[in-house]
Design a binder for this molecule. Structure first.
Ligand SMILES: Nc1ncnc2c1ncn2[C@@H]1O[C@H](COP(=O)(O)OP(=O)(O)OP(=O)(O)O)[C@@H](O)[C@H]1O
Length: 425
């Protein structure tokens, strides 16, 4: 059996924490079997390495390894992605397509963020786990596949089951063996080691001397909460490596790069952020734009459903709350946007670096969608930057709790999840 150290080296896993070593050991032990494994741990702890170890040390190593991020695939297409579809099974299905479970026959599928799977997909998955059978979307003929499934989640599954979001029977099928990866803050010994490794990597990448922490800065590094775990540590190491001229990093400098994510360190706590976090006019303006964008997405969803089902009455009945929401919000949003534009135009204190507010704003106000589109095209990059800032801000405000942050931003958790991945937060 390959040793823990050799495996860590092979997969670039840094750290000597006993819990990390136990997780790697478990992966080595279960690899030759076909036991289903559930990898658990907070976001950014390094869950993706475990299924790779399992696949590479198993008899399936010459078969395919497919990693699927269940949280990032839109609900409407996930069944087709995973199980394939028959030609003509829905609008746009112009040819029969194989899904991952067919393609990975003889190999391993890693289902990341499995807690995000919609319930109907969970039923299909359960069937594959129970008898290796699946149905393509639009087909009634069962197909066989021989795939090992390794799943991962950072969601508290017991809570998801209790809320009816995740099937209990599927949870037990997926988690014959659970491999837990500890959060970084519980691996104090590894924090500095990882930081030094990342600092050395970035020094090489950017052809600059390696940054070094003073003793005080090292203390701060070790005591910080690291809600984003290794991903966050890596990002901080990269930012400092690129931005700081002085390669010796002091406590004060490091502090500057550590957002307050609910750390209990007196030095970096700013108390709870105030309600006025989103209160500057410009930020509200962005918020309104995001809300509009969300409405457009909702409308797209509705249109897609209409196209798929072709039964307007049924869709209207099923989506009545969505339809009501869109049409009742429209007036509100229009009024809000108009008043902000008016304030900005009348010389409010904020400098308008992103939008050039037209001189005759009242004329422009007539068609907010035209206005929004124009902005989006011209200022797409700035808008993305602002979106990133707002997301960061609300994640900080809610200590990384995606649900609360998504509620504040007025987007779904799934969308927020995609954005976090997109911006590598
Ligand atoms: N022990 C480690 N040594 C070196 N790099 C690591 C280690 N663990 C994680 N990383 C790095 O940290 C980043 C995050 O890891 P990974 O994507 O596996 O996290 P995750 O737990 O799957 O997160 P999520 O739940 O958000 O998908 C990656 O860039 C990964 O290479």
């Amino acid at each position: 059996m390959e040793s823990i150290q050799a495996t860590k080296q092979r997969f670039g896993i840094i750290g000597n924490d006993p819990k990390l070593n136990r997780a790697v050991e478990k992966a080595i032990q279960v690899a030759p079997t076909d036991i289903s494994v559930l990898v658990t741990g907070e976001s950014g702890v390094g869950k993706e390495s475990i299924p790779k170890i399992i696949h590479s040390l198993s008899h399936r190593k010459h078969g395919k390894y497919i990693a699927v991020n269940c949280g990032a695939i839109p609900e409407g297409t996930i069944d087709s992605e995973l199980f394939g579809h028959e030609k003509g099974s829905f609008t746009g299905a112009t040819a029969t397509r194989s899904g991952y479970f067919e393609v990975a026959d003889g190999g391993t599928i890693f289902l990341d963020e499995v807690g995000e799977l919609p319930l109907p997909t969970q039923v299909r998955l359960l069937r594959v786990l129970e008898n290796g059978e699946f149905l393509k979307v639009g087909s009634s003929q069962a197909q066989k596949t021989d795939v090992r499934i390794v799943a991962a989640t950072n969601v508290k599954m017991a809570e998801a089951i209790q809320k009816g979001k995740f099937r209990e029977d599927l949870y037990y099928r997926l988690s014959t063996v659970e491999i837990n990866l500890p959060p970084l803050r519980e691996r104090e010994e590894d924090i500095h080691l990882l930081f030094r490794k990342f600092a050395a990597d970035f020094a090489q990448k950017y052809k600059m001397p390696t940054i070094r922490l003073t003793d005080q800065a090292t203390d701060l590094l070790l005591k910080y909460r690291w809600s984003g775990n290794i991903r966050q540590l890596r990002n901080v190491a990269e930012q400092i490596s690129v931005l700081e001229q002085n390669r010796e990093i002091s406590y004060e400098t490091l502090k500057h790069y550590l957002p307050d994510m609910g750390s209990n360190l007196p030095a970096i706590v700013n108390a709870k952020k105030s309600e006025s976090d989103f209160s500057s006019e410009r930020e509200i303006l962005y918020k309104v734009l995001f809300d509009m964008k969300r409405d457009v997405n909702d409308l797209k969803k509705l249109t897609l459903e209409l196209m798929k089902s072709g039964n307007a009455a049924k869709v209207k009945e099923e989506q009545s709350s969505l339809i009501n929401k869109i049409y009742s919000e429209e007036n509100e949003a229009e009024e809000e946007l108009a008043s902000i534009i008016e304030e900005e135009t009348n010389g409010a204190q904020t400098d308008v670096e992103v939008f050039s507010i037209p001189e005759h704003a009242s004329e422009q106000r007539k068609d907010k969608y035209e206005y929004a589109e124009e902005i989006e095209e011209e200022e797409n990059l700035s808008l993305q930057q602002k979106e990133l800032e707002l997301i960061k801000k609300s994640l900080e405000k809610y200590n990384g709790k995606r649900k609360d942050a998504a509620d504040e931003l007025g987007i779904s958790e799934r969308t927020l999840y995609r954005k976090i991945k997109q911006y590598d937060l």
